[in-house]
Ligand binder design. Sequence first.
Ligand code: DX5
Ligand code: ZN
Length: 213
Amino acid sequence: MRKIFISPSILTADFARLEQECKALEKCGADWIHCDVMDGNFVPNLTFGMPIIKSIRKCVVLPLDVHLMIDRPERYIAQFAEAGANLITIHAEATENVADCLKLIRSCGKKVGISVKPNTPVEVLQQYRGLFDMILIMSVEPGFGGQSFIEESVNKIRRARELFPDVLIEVDGGINKHTAKKVIEAGVDVIVAGSAIINVADRKHAIEELRKM
Ligand code: DX5
Ligand code: ZN
């Protein structure tokens, strides 16, 4: 049986209590912490940048899974690496220099992720084969937590698994215990969940529920 990693997104956490929130997630059995960086251009929302990643780095030992929803991420890769990200994911739609950007992440000694929005076919990633360790399939339009899972994502995950048997596949958006089952069956390794973990009283239980096959 393969291991399923749970990467809670802090997007819906209380940002005034980020230290306690992150420590609580660590205690509750999270495998990674998913950090959603948004620039108000690539997506119609703004969140946080390097200083917050740097602060989170000091409060937990868990790997930081940094999801960059920003245009031309190559401008900031070195700074996110320096701030303490362990895995840096960029969007295939965010830059004209995807390959260089992926190489840059690797040259900073970090794990490399590449993400596709719901309308971008996973086939576009074939040209970057060998340059990434993980594919992030967005199962909602990026930008906001609490949206409904796009069902077509299940087929997309299956296709990604076929095309790229050797990389991790992560899914992000609208994941709860029901959708988690479907995506695990389709082949994901890493589950991102925001509201399904953060907005419930028993987060430990919520994390355990998501892991169930
Ligand atoms: C959306 C973010 C997600 C978001 C998921 O653009 O990338 O990580 O926090 O939130 P839920 O799990 O509530 O859909
Ligand atoms: Zn995300």
